[in-house]
Design a binder for this molecule. Structure first.
Ligand SMILES: [Zn+2]
Length: 245
């Protein structure tokens, strides 16, 4: 069959059937769980899809950790001298990281606006803690929900000199500037524009400037090979490590 006829045959398939076929193929691909090792719980085996849209091999079959949790775990393992015995404050605590972080220090505590999920109720835009009182802040996938300028100023204030914040957030590295739009307020529009119904922006590359504007120094810890393949990380994902000089 030549290409022209093939194309005509394909095009004659009803759109609904073609879409259904694509859906089935997509689900079959997703169901092929990838095998990785989890640096947080030690599990080795199948990792499962997670997210909307689903990401293949995202979730550890042992502890349920996702890629970003394992990346923070790798940073912690690479920098134990910075966290052992440190005063650690973990905003919006991810259950899969709590065990790892608490193992590093008895001065570890969690914080959230919801008292049911954390040790302490704290508003990251107005943190009710003394200045210079925390050595390590862990703040993953929080800044895209809040006024990031206020939050970063507050994080800097509570950090001890030389203390650091581990910051993660969704970012579009292809964009020079973060995308904010005050007309986008409904959950449906926020999901469409910012990727989730309670996000208020999508960061671009200028997030680095936004961090240093808060008088924090910045280094980046990037998911690279062979860690990506071994531990099931997102290629190029970063932990932004902001240090109070
Ligand atoms: Zn695990």
């Amino acid at each position: 069959m030549n290409q022209t006829i093939k194309k005509r045959v394909r095009d004659s398939t009803p759109t609904s059937l073609r879409n259904f076929r694509r859906l089935v193929i997509g689900l079959i691909n997703l169901s092929r769980a990838d095998k990785h090792k989890c640096n947080l719980c030690g599990y080795e085996g199948r990792f499962w899809p997670f997210g909307n849209p689903p990401r293949r091999g995202a979730t550890c079959g042992g502890c349920g950790s996702q890629e970003r949790h394992r990346l923070i775990g790798l940073w912690l393992a690479a920098n134990p001298e910075l966290v052992e015995g440190a005063k650690i404050l973990h905003f919006a605590p991810e259950a899969t990281l709590v065990h790892s972080l608490s193992a590093y220090s008895s001065c570890y505590r969690t914080a959230d606006l919801d008292p049911n999920v954390a040790d302490t109720v704290l508003d990251i835009e107005q943190i009710d803690l003394p200045s210079d009182s925390v050595d390590v802040v862990v703040c993953s996938h929080v800044l895209e929900h809040v006024d990031d300028a206020k939050a970063l100023r507050e994080i800097r204030r509570i950090l001890t000199r030389g203390g650091r914040a581990l910051l993660m957030f969704p970012i579009v590295e292809g964009w020079d500037r973060s995308y904010e739009n005050e007309d986008i307020t409904s959950p449906a529009d926020r999901a469409k524009h910012f990727g989730q119904d309670d996000h208020v922006r999508m960061f671009g590359r200028d997030v680095r400037q936004r961090i240093t504007d808060a008088s924090l120094d910045l280094t980046e810890f990037t998911a690279e090979e062979p860690d990506v393949s071994q531990y099931g990380l997102t290629r190029g994902e970063k932990v932004f490590v902001a240090v109070k000089p």
